[in-house]
Design a binder for this molecule. Structure first.
Ligand code: PLP
Length: 419
C-alpha cells in the first residue's frame, strides 16, 4: 500500500475503514475538551461505553435477588465464567474447552507453571526471552527456587545479538536444541512488552516439543492484538490479562488456555478448588477432587463477577468483528504510523520494533538517543497519550478497534514540529 503524509490521505483511509465505527463504542479521556489521541491500549485499553449499564444491571440483580442471583441474575453468577468461553476461544484460536477467564495474569502463570514445570534432576531448565516483563521474570525465578534449583543455572535467557534490539528467532531454536534433554519448559512472551516483537509461537512450540519440553506463553501483549491459533499450534498452555488490548478495565480478570489433551488427562497435576471440580459432584461436598476435563479445572474459586463485567462488555465488541478483520486494519494502521515516523527529520530515534508485520502487532517502540523524555512530555502536553519506558523508549500502539489514520497523522504533526 502507498501511503502519503497528509491529513487528507489519513481522513480518506478512515472513510473507507470498515471498522471505523467501532471507535464510537469507547470512552476517550479528554484533553482541552477534545478526545485525546490514545496510543496506550497496550497498557490499559479504553472503557467500552456499555460497561456502565452492565455494571448497573449487575448491582440491580444483586439487590433484587441476593443469594438467588447465583441462578436468577440475568447472567447467573454460578456460571458467569461461561459467558466468556466462546468469545475468548475465538480470539486465541482455541477450542472452547481449552479456555477460562479467571484470576489475574501473574497468578495464572504460577498456577500453570505448577502444572507444566515439573523439573527432574535431568530436565529442569527453562528458556525465556531476556528482558521479559519483570513479573514474568520473578515468577520464573521463584518457581525455579521453589523446586530447589538456582536461577543462574536453570534459566536460559535468549538475548538480541550484539548491536541488535530484537531476538533473532534462529537463536531461540538453537538454544532449545542445545538445551535438549535438560530442557523442561520454554516460557516466552507472545509479544515482547518492550520491543513489540511478536514471536513465532508455532515454531517455538514445535522446537520445544522436539526437545521433549513443554511450551507456554504469556500473551499479555498478544491477546486481541495478533493472530493466534493456540490449539492448532499445539501450544501446551498460555495466559493473558484483559486490561490491555482486551479493554476490560484495571486489574480485570485474566485468561488461561490449556491444550485439551492436558486438560482432559486426569494425570495432569493441578492445584484445585471447588470451582475446578466436576459440576455434577461439586455440591456433594465429598472428599476427592474430580477435575473437569477442561481448562476450567484450573479454576479454584467462584467467579469474581464485578471484575468481569467490563470483560463481558469488551468481548461483545470483539464478537462483532473478527481477529482477521482487526489484523487487516492493524497492519495498515501500524504500517502508516511507521511510514509517518520515517518522514521525521531532526529527532534522533530508532524504531526497534521489527519492520516485518509478521513479527509485530500494533505496537511500535521508539528508542531515543537524546531528548526522549522531552519529546514524551511534549506529546502529553499536546493531548497524545503514549507510554514512557525507562531509560529512553516511547511506546505507541495504534489499536485497530478505536484508533484512526487521523490519530496517526495528528501524532506525526506533533513530532514533526518538535524536530
Ligand atoms: C502487563 C503484564 C503483566 C502484568 O501482570 P499482572 O499479574 O496482570 O499484574 C505481566 N506480564 C506481562 C508480560 C505483561 O505484559
Amino acid at each position: 500500500m502507498t501511503y502519503e503524509a497528509s491529513l487528507s490521505f489519513a481522513q480518506d483511509q478512515d472513510q473507507v475503514d470498515p471498522l471505523f465505527s467501532f471507535r464510537e463504542r469507547f470512552l476517550f479521556p479528554k484533553h482541552e475538551g477534545k478526545d485525546v489521541v490514545y496510543f496506550c491500549g497496550n497498557s490499559l485499553g479504553l472503557q467500552p461505553k456499555s460497561t456502565s449499564y452492565l455494571m448497573q444491571s449487575e448491582l440491580e440483580d444483586w439487590a433484587a435477588h441476593g443469594v438467588e442471583g447465583h441462578f436468577r441474575a440475568r447472567n447467573p453468577w454460578f456460571s458467569y465464567h461461561h459467558l466468556f468461553t466462546e468469545r475468548l476461544s475465538r480470539i486465541v484460536g482455541a477450542k472452547p474447552n481449552e479456555v477460562v477467564a479467571m484470576n489475574t495474569l501473574t497468578v495464572n502463570l504460577h498456577l500453570l507453571m505448577i502444572s507444566f514445570y515439573r523439573p527432574t534432576s535431568q530436565r529442569y531448565k527453562i528458556i525465556m526471552e531476556a528482558g521479559a516483563f519483570p513479573s514474568d521474570q520473578y515468577a520464573v525465578e521463584t518457581q525455579v527456587r521453589m523446586h530447589g534449583y538456582e536461577p543462574e543455572d536453570a534459566i536460559i535467557e535468549i538475548k538480541p545479538r550484539d548491536g541488535e534490539h530484537t531476538i533473532n528467532e534462529e537463536d531461540i531454536y538453537t538454544a532449545i536444541s542445545e538445551a535438549g534433554p535438560s530442557l523442561a519448559l520454554v516460557m516466552f512472551g507472545g509479544v515482547n512488552y518492550y520491543t513489540g516483537q511478536f514471536f513465532n509461537l508455532q515454531a517455538i512450540t514445535a522446537a520445544a516439543h522436539k526437545a521433549g519440553a513443554y511450551a507456554g506463553f504469556d500473551l499479555a501483549h498478544a491477546v486481541g492484538n495478533t493472530p493466534l491459533q493456540l490449539h492448532d499450534w499445539n501450544v501446551d498452555f498460555a495466559c493473558w490479562c484483559s486490561y490491555k488490548y482486551l479493554n476490560s478495565g484495571p486489574g480485570a480478570v485474566g485468561g488461561v488456555y490449556v491444550h485439551e489433551h492436558h486438560a482432559a488427562n486426569p494425570k495432569t497435576l493441578r492445584l484445585a478448588g471447588w470451582w475446578g471440580n466436576d459440576e455434577a459432584t461439586r455440591f456433594k461436598m465429598e472428599k476427592g477432587f474430580v477435575p473437569k476435563p477442561t481448562a476450567e479445572s484450573w479454576q479454584m474459586s467462584n467467579a469474581q463477577v464485578f471484575n468481569m463485567v467490563a470483560h463481558n462488555a469488551s468481548l461483545d465488541i470483539y464478537a462483532k468483528t473478527s481477529m482477521a478483520a482487526l489484523r487487516a486494519k492493524s497492519e495498515k494502521l501500524t504500517g502508516y504510523m511507521e511510514f509517518l515516523l520515517r518522514q521525521i527529520t531532526g529527532l534522533s530515534f530508532t524504531i526497534i520494533t521489527p519492520h516485518n508485520p509478521a513479527q509485530r502487532g500494533c505496537q511500535l517502540s521508539l528508542l531515543f538517543s537524546e531528548r526522549g523524555r522531552e519529546v514524551f512530555d511534549k506529546l502529553t502536553a499536546a493531548g497524545v497519550v503514549a507510554d514512557w519506558r525507562e531509560p529512553n523508549v516511547i511506546r505507541i500502539a495504534p489499536v485497530p478497534l478505536y484508533n484512526t489514520f487521523e490519530d496517526c497523522y495528528r501524532f506525526y504533526e506533533v513530532l514533526k514540529n518538535l524536530g
